[in-house]
Write a protein that binds this ligand. Structure first.
Ligand SMILES: [Fe+2]
Length: 266
């Protein structure tokens, strides 16, 4: 499939930081603040993933995590059609924010490949800054509507009322999205959902992770998705909040700075 916005040939190499370099935490912090995404390799065991994750973040345990704080992502064949459990199947996943239906989603998400799929299973990542910019081009209507407070409800009965773009007091922006059956929308934003979905897909970069390779993303900026797969694909995931200070959200592109508008303190 053609990816018209793919800005570089090898997205993994473009974002990679070598874990063997001195002061790697500082390099990772700088890139997280600047780009919101780091790719990594050499994490060839669950213990290695856990050791790295705890250097970078305070792990946040949640519904699906195991006793060590990591989550094993594989096709469990247990919840094939249950909303909110699609990650534990083998199907395609649409672009989303991790834990979008909770009041405070974890700021960081680390996903490492333990075993690659036989076919498919690539990770597809979208920079929310690019999506935000897209929705402000050709008139600001879509971007402004999607920043209106309380125009989305994400999750099941215990979900969270929110909006796709949260504009902080600093004028930085956070993105929060899901596009599955657990997303409900205000009539204000309904007309803009096709444009939003198109932007979230057209800006995807593709990572075909081999065992030991992974990505670390800012969950307030990047959306993640995956292609359907066959085989016993297995990944380890860590969710948590950074040990380093990180300002809320991302700096919007200059052409996408909305007029003075606050949708949420922060
Ligand atoms: Fe996810």
């Amino acid at each position: 499939m053609r990816r018209p916005h793919q800005p570089y040939a090898d997205a993994f190499a473009h974002h990679r930081i070598d874990l063997m370099v001195p002061s790697v935490e500082a390099a990772i912090a700088a890139q997280l603040r600047d780009m919101g995404l780091v790719t990594l390799d050499g994490l060839t065991s669950r213990d290695a993933v856990l050791a790295f994750a705890t250097r970078i973040m305070h792990l946040v345990p949640h519904r699906d995590s195991d006793s060590d704080g990591l989550t094993t992502i594989r096709d469990t064949r247990r919840h094939p059609h249950r909303a909110g459990f699609a990650g534990f199947g083998h199907g395609e996943l649409a672009p989303h924010t991790e834990r979008s239906g909770t009041p405070n989603p974890p700021r960081l998400m680390l996903l490492v490949c333990g075993q690659a799929a036989v076919t498919g299973g690539e990770s597809l990542l979208t920079d929310g800054q690019a999506v935000h910019t897209d929705l402000f081009l050709g008139g600001q209507e879509a971007g402004l509507a999607l920043a209106q407070p309380r125009t989305a409800f994400f999750g099941a009965g215990d979900g969270h009322t929110t909006q796709v773009f949260t504009v902080h007091r600093s004028q930085r922006v956070s993105v929060r999205l899901r596009l599955d059956r657990l997303a409900r929308w205000s009539p204000i934003v309904q007309p803009h959902l096709p444009q939003l979905r198109t932007a979230a897909v057209s800006h995807q970069i593709t990572l075909a992770l081999a065992p030991g390779q992974g990505y670390l993303l800012d969950n307030e900026r990047w959306l993640h998705a995956r292609r359907a797969f066959t085989g016993d694909r297995l990944c380890w995931r860590a969710l948590g909040n950074p040990r380093i200070p990180m300002t809320r959200g991302f700096a919007p592109a200059p052409e996408a700075v909305p007029p003075a508008m606050l949708s949420e303190a922060g």
